[in-house]
Design a protein around this ligand. Structure first.
Ligand code: AMP
Length: 200
């Protein structure tokens, strides 16, 4: 299962984790992508997380896959916590039906709060914002700032180029192989949840 607060990140993170169900932070697109399959994947992922007994932390918007994730998780009876910067409330249409919605000052506060509220991270298909969040969390792990599992849902090979780039960076000596292994990737939601929720 997820690491306990005592073995994961620092004290600030441990405080936010206490006395709640384990939560998975999901990074994903504010667009739908082309075709229906990303929407279907997102809804399946939301239901799987809820049915596995986890809460969800995400960016708090109602647009694109982000909104679909929240709606599907809420419909399944799950806890969904959103974290959105004040300046993006209108653009990303802050979701008013969440279990909790944190309005924060800016992007840095958003990422920090999402991280501290969560026990693990999974990334689904998305764009630049999704990658930004993913790489921040991965680099914080590589730097030893937290020890929470990080998963990448490589659905239909969506992240193959990204994984190939990381492997190339290992081959060229820019990433230590053992640090590359901090990233869990899986091609199905079920596989990803199983791998992400077990101790590495
Ligand atoms: P995208 O993957 O570009 O559709 O964006 C997904 C989410 O990431 C949206 O909620 C964006 O507001 C958010 N985002 C975009 N840039 C950043 C950033 N620099 N830091 C944190 N979140 C971001």
């Amino acid at each position: 299962m997820f690491r306990t607060p005592a073995t994961s990140a620092g004290a600030a993170h441990a405080t936010a984790q206490a006395a709640s169900v384990p939560r998975i932070c999901v990074f994903l697109g504010s667009s739908f992508g082309n075709g229906d399959e990303y929407l279907r994947l997102t809804e399946e992922c939301a239901r799987a997380i809820v049915h596995a007994g986890y809460g969800i932390v995400y960016g708090g918007g109602r647009i694109g896959l982000m909104g679909a994730l929240a709606d599907a998780a809420l419909a399944a009876g799950g806890e969904v916590i959103g974290v959105i910067p004040e300046s993006l409330q209108r653009r990303e249409v802050a979701h008013q039906g969440l279990s909790d919605l944190h309005i924060v000052a800016g992007m840095h506060e958003r990422k920090a709060l999402m991280a501290s509220l969560s026990d693990a991270f999974v990334t689904l298909p998305g764009g630049i914002g999704t990658l930004d969040e993913f790489f921040d969390i991965l680099s914080w792990s590589i730097l030893g700032l937290h020890a929470k599992p990080i998963g990448l849902l490589n659905y239909l090979g969506f992240f193959d180029p990204l994984l190939a780039q990381l492997d190339h960076m290992v081959a060229e000596g820019f990433i230590k192989p053992e640090l590359r292994e901090l990233l869990i990737s899986a091609t199905t939601v079920r596989e990803l949840l199983a791998a992400t929720s077990s101790n590495r």
